[in-house]
Design a protein around this ligand. Structure first.
Ligand code: NAD
Length: 361
């Protein structure tokens, strides 16, 4: 039976960049023996306009049935005034919750050709290739009780609960160890075990799991030091695993190390490796419809989809190599072009990646 990939282009630049990623998938199918079916559905504001809900039942059903999901982006100012439950971004939260996508993978890769785009010195970041694995469905963003209440003395106080069960720590830990096995074999667990009991348990579970992964070297780092090390010497890291809130902050800092939001893919996985893949950027309404968006983050999301959900590491590497070839040839969309450099369109960039794939066969 062939694999099924659900394709959800979404809003803004979503359809433009997903179209280029589909060209890459079609080329893999035509020329590289990759066997998969693609099925499309609406999500986000586009789905709300057509079907009255940002995540129609048919879209959720398709996402459930698929082996992997490729998503463009959702959102736009025209939907910001809708009640919360109908806003495009709710579709993403619902997909993550419904599909149990608890492991968020955020790579920060800086192609040496683009080292000048970072705000850090080129020698600090050139060739950076780090993966942050963030727990996505637990921790302080979800813990109960939470709220704002009035105390007996009349003062109001806000409170949230940081809570992780051993099971939740173990499953994100196992995902991270397995990812480290597919990379350089080094895993840094980031916590605040000197202050938080929850982190104490986190560290204890990570240490226990390490016994099952003798080929992975586990280390621990406090989150404040990790933030410092990310901007001091980011290339020391291979894979970092951390809780929801720490990961939220560290992964954005790591993304900015690369200086190019249009280049970064991401994945959200369940326990079996099924996942949803999307660029980290949003729907970029300011440039939607102009044919100038960078499709490489979405094309690199396809590479992640191949590696992490379909176990097609060789095909994933071919896509990544093709992206590198295109950058080597000097092709740049406007967001990654240096001053004075000629920029190519979204579709020209997609076509160039396809041509590079074909040339490498
Ligand atoms: P954004 O990421 O859409 O855009 C930020 C800036 O980066 C803009 O100037 C944009 O033009 C540029 N940019 C983004 N992607 C680019 C690409 N591929 N090529 C070239 N330039 C690119 O963030 P925003 O403006 O804060 O949000 C816009 C909308 O996207 C909002 O409705 C927001 O809620 C939504 N959003 C969606 C997601 C998602 O779908 N996962 C993520 C973030 C934001």
């Amino acid at each position: 039976m062939s694999l099924k990939i659900a394709i959800l282009p979404g809003d803004g630049i979503g359809p433009e960049i997903v179209a280029e990623a589909e060209k890459v998938l079609a080329e893999l199918r035509a020329g590289c023996g990759f066997d998969a079916e693609f099925e499309h559905a609406r999500v986000g504001g586009t789905a709300y306009e057509a079907e009255g809900h940002p995540l129609p039942d048919a879209t959720l059903a398709l996402a459930r049935a698929a082996d992997a999901i490729l998503l463009g982006s959702v959102g736009g100012p025209q939907w910001d005034g809708l009640e919360r439950a109908l806003r495009p971004e709710q579709a993403l939260l619902a997909l993550r919750a419904e599909l149990g996508l608890f492991a968020n993978l955020r790579p920060a890769i800086l192609y040496p050709q683009l080292a000048g785009a970072s705000t850090l010195k080129a020698e600090i970041v050139s060739g950076l290739d780090l993966m942050i694995v963030r727990e996505l469905t637990g921790g302080i963003y979800f813990g109960q009780p939470r709220g704002i209440r009035r105390r007996d003395d009349g003062q109001r106080e806000g409170f949230n609960t940081l809570l992780y069960s051993e099971h939740e720590i173990e499953r994100i830990g196992r995902s991270a160890f397995a990812i480290a096995q597919k990379r350089a074999g080094r895993l840094c667990s980031v916590d605040k075990a000197n202050v938080l009991e929850c982190s104490e348990l986190w560290r204890e579970v990570m240490n226990r799991l390490a016994g099952d992964y003798p080929d992975v070297e586990l280390s621990h780092m406090y989150v404040d030091n990790a933030a410092m090390q990310l901007v001091r010497a980011p290339k020391q890291f291979d894979v970092m695993v951390t809780s929801n809130m720490f990961g939220d902050i560290l992964s954005d800092a790591a993304a900015m190390l690369t200086g190019s939001i249009g280049m970064l893919p991401s994945a959200s996985l369940d326990a079996s490796g099924k996942g949803m893949y999307e660029p980290i950027h949003g729907s970029a309404p300011d440039i939607a419809g102009q044919g100038v968006a960078n499709p490489l983050a979405t094309i690199l999301s396809v590479a992640m989809l191949l590696r992490y959900s379909l176990d097609e590491a060789a095909l994933a590497s071919r896509v990544e190599t093709a992206v590198g070839d295109v950058l080597d040839r000097g092709l740049r969309t406007a967001d990654i072009a240096a001053a004075g450099e000629q920029a190519v369109s979204t579709s020209a960039m997609g076509d160039a990646v396809v041509a590079a794939l074909r040339a490498a066969q």
